[in-house]
Design a protein around this ligand. Structure first.
Ligand SMILES: [Zn+2]
Length: 163
């Protein structure tokens, strides 16, 4: 993705108030971010463990989502798998993250939840730049195909939240 400034990041949020967007913690290492390796900027703040943030270009516009961090996935089923990059993790490395929908829907308590890599490093897993702790099921997809799949899943997730 293209490099983003703090101002642009803050103005991208669609599911929180302007005040929240102005106050939320930005990634500590923003200046050294390797943007070319990212499909989305995802981060959380150790000082505010209940929230995570995801910013990505979506259909020509930058969209920022505040995510409420739920429980770690626990055991069993497909809950150990990130729904964006499909990396399989131990249960603590996948977390239920819940986005409030923008506008009236969100004010009425309408949310979209999904299981994501706790570290939000999906872009790096898809590119083989970060290795998950667990051995992965064998896949024949190329790195390019994995990135494509991540982009499709990301598109679906953002669409479910914002439309
Ligand atoms: Zn992931």
């Amino acid at each position: 993705m293209e490099p983003l400034t703090p101002e642009v990041i803050r103005s991208s949020f669609v599911n929180c108030s302007k005040g929240e967007a102005a106050r939320l913690p930005l990634p500590a290492k923003l200046p050294s971010t390797r943007w070319a390796e990212l499909d989305f900027l995802g981060w959380s703040d150790p000082g505010a463990p209940g929230a995570a943030y995801l910013v990505t270009p979506w259909r020509g516009e930058l969209r920022g989502l505040v995510l409420r961090v739920g429980n770690a996935a626990g055991r069993g089923g497909r809950k150990n798998m990130c729904t964006l990059c499909l990396t399989t993790h131990s249960s603590t490395d996948v977390t239920l993250m819940v986005a409030r929908r923008p506008g009236a829907a969100g004010r009425n308590g309408n949310t979209v939840g999904t299981y994501l890599c706790t570290d939000l490093a999906c872009s790096l897993y898809a590119r083989g730049l970060k290795r998950p702790a667990r051995a992965q099921p064998a896949e024949t997809l190329s790195e390019e195909q994995k990135v494509e799949r991540l982009l499709e899943n990301l598109d679906t997730f953002v669409r479910r939240v914002v439309t």
